[in-house]
Design a protein around this ligand. Structure first.
Ligand SMILES: [Zn+2]
Length: 185
C-alpha cells in the first residue's frame, strides 16, 4: 500500500487526497498510524502528518523545523544573510507551502489529465501530468522579498538545494519508514 494512501485512511479529510490521486478509505484507527509513524525523526514525522493526515495545525512546527535545520546549514556554510534569520524563516514558510499545498494547475485544475476534443484523455501539457502549477523563480523572489538579481545569483539555487531538497528528503524517509512498518506488520 502506498504510504500516502495508508495515512489517508485515517482521516475523513479527503478532498486533498483525491486531488493528489489518493483514494480515501475510511477504516484505520489512530493506533495504526501512531504505530506506522513511531520512530520517525521530527522532520519526516511532521511532514507526514501535515501532508498525509491533514494535520494543518502542525504546519507551523514543520516550518520551524525546516527553518532550524537550514539555519544550521547557513551557519556551517557562512551564508551572508543581510536581513537576518527572519529571511530564512520566510523562505522556510514558502518552501513548506509550495511543497505541502501546491497550487493547482490552472489548465487541468489539478487532475493532471485533460480531455482532448476527440474524447481521448491525456496528460496535461501545462503541468506535464503533475497537476501542480509551476512557480517561477521570478514569483518566488517576489514572494520572498528578495531582488531578482540576488535570487538568480544566490538564493534560487539555495532554495532548491536546501529548502526544497530537505522536504524531499523527509518525504522519502517517511515513505520508506511507513512502507517498512507496513511490511513488518
Ligand atoms: Zn495541468
Amino acid at each position: 500500500m502506498d504510504p500516502a494512501d495508508f495515512v489517508a485512511r485515517l482521516t475523513p479529510v479527503s478532498q486533498k487526497f483525491e486531488q493528489a490521486g489518493v483514494s480515501s478509505v475510511a477504516g484505520l484507527g489512530a493506533m495504526d498510524v501512531a504505530q506506522a509513524l513511531a520512530g520517525l525523526d521530527r522532520g519526516p514525522y511532521l511532514l507526514s502528518i501535515v501532508m498525509w493526515a491533514g494535520d494543518t495545525g502542525s504546519l507551523y512546527h514543520l516550518e520551524n523545523k525546516l527553518w532550524a535545520d537550514v539555519c544550521l546549514v547557513a551557519t556551517e556554510q557562512k551564508w551572508i544573510v543581510t536581513v537576518g534569520a527572519e529571511m530564512l524563516r520566510g523562505l522556510s514558510k514558502m518552501a513548506v507551502a509550495e511543497f505541502v499545498m501546491p497550487r493547482l494547475c490552472a489548465v487541468c485544475r489539478g487532475r493532471g489529465l485533460i480531455n482532448s476534443r476527440n474524447g481521448i484523455v491525456r496528460d496535461c501539457n501545462m503541468c506535464r501530468g503533475t497537476g501542480k502549477a509551476k512557480i517561477s523563480g521570478r514569483e518566488r523572489a517576489r514572494f520572498a522579498g528578495i531582488s531578482q538579481n540576488s535570487w538568480q545569483r544566490v538564493w534560487g539555487s539555495r532554495y532548491e538545494s536546501y529548502f526544497i531538497a530537505h522536504l524531499n528528503g523527509w518525504e522519502i524517509v517517511a515513505s520508506d519508514h511507513i512502507r517498512r512498518k507496513l511490511n513488518a506488520a
